[in-house]
Design a protein around this ligand. Sequence first.
Ligand code: SF4
Length: 544
Amino acid sequence: MNQKSTTLKHEALVDEIVTRYPPKVARKRRKHMVPVVPGTEQIIGANARSVPGIITQRGCCYAGCKGVVLGPIVDMIHIVHGPVGCSFYAWGTRRNQGKAREDGQNFLEYCFTTDMQPDNIIFGGEKKLRKAIEEAYELFNPKAMSLHATCPAGLIGDDVVGVGREMTEKLGIPIIGFACEGYKGVSQSAGHHLANNGLFERVVGRDDEDVDKFSINMLGEYNIGGDSWEIERIFEKCGINIISTISGNGSFDEIAKSHNAKLNIVQCHRSINYMAEMMEDKFGIPWLKVNVIGLKATSKSLRKIGEYFEDAELSARIEEVIAEEEAATEKVIAPIRERLQGKSAMLFTGGSRAHHYQALFKDLGMKTVVAGEEFAHRDDYEGRKVIPSIKIDADSRNITELKAEKDPKRYNPPRSEKEIARLKEEGMLSEYEGMLPDMTENTILVDDITHLEQEMMIASYEPDIVCSGIKDKYIFEKMGIPSKQLHNYDYSGPFAGYHGAANFARDIDMRVNNPAWKMIQAPWQKRPMIKAEMVLQTEKEIRA
Ligand code: SF4
């Protein structure tokens, strides 16, 4: 089949899917599904409100702020101001791992919540929040805290930012309030932006320090299953010093020193690009997009960092590390690749992983046939070149766009203005080309996928594995298709870097080549199903 006819086949599948929706919903959803035509400029609908009732995989603004960005910082206490249900997301559900530094402070295992009750909703919850802060301070003596508003707290007008300010004065430690009520924005993405703003304004830049010439920050890496530790291992071997990871296994003190770095590398573009931009505007630190998921992708990223520093010794060391690590990983992967070659995967993740993991599947000889993100924006799919053309709507306006000014004393770019301009021109710095250019023919890109779309695409493509999250994992497994969670890694990991690639290969092999999946038969496949029809009529038709 030639490219034109296969693209038409995918167009037909997408058109067939939207016939199941009411016309208005069909028009909306059609914009979020793109049969990929490589080498062409394509536009996808993204960062728009999900249709109520459509079964999206998205989380809320609070989940993005507390669950994703702030939560992994080990030595801060993160208090959830809301009912205990919201706090489920405060209890290690994403498997962010962390270790205490010399001061022994690590609060990751705890769940701090004000546990709002009906009388707090009626009479206000700020008093309870103040009390919770004092109690946590007395019991644990943390160096800083974050406070997170949830929908109920926001709806009754509790001012977590104001309480944070007031308690900072009273207790003498930074207590940062985040007005990240779940209903703000259209997804977790709004919470990432708020978290970036708060960390940038209140933590970054507190502590000046002289650093080594190859000192960097790792932005947008969250240490799920120990990913950050594997990245640290590799970078250390190359002679690259990570001052701070924001925010996997993050530390308040390290983030406070992060403005001294010579380069920011960005893993998850969606959740942290705001921080990278603001740090460049204020302190002159350039940023570079990397991908440390996948054997070849990790090597490519290391080489990019070496090229940035333009240091022959560093580049030589990087090449040595690549040669050694690739050879060791290849030994593990090679026999597994023979069993996985030609198999297919579908990836539905948050804001970057469906892109990053395509590289790792490629290392294993597998093709990604459908991919999409829950909360990506158009630039995550189409590349940053589209940012000027993205229409700012009311939901995005809801989140303050901070404009960082040059710090008069500490704006200190590590390279000359001319050199940085050249590296930007060459596409090395401040650039992300997005997921679309890396997708091949016969594939579909889907934003904020729904369960109906997932089921119909699975029926059409019959993938060998679907990688997603907890909300849809067991649906796929009941369909007889193995599933691997890429939000929390299903109790496994790390999957980053070289050791991670080997771990992932083993995990995928165990799932894809497990004969048990072919034996699964759902009850409705054994017995005839009851059939029913739904008739939609207008009120006028019913009366007639
Ligand atoms: S109630 Fe609001 S803040 Fe809490 S989990 Fe639900 S959407 Fe998020």
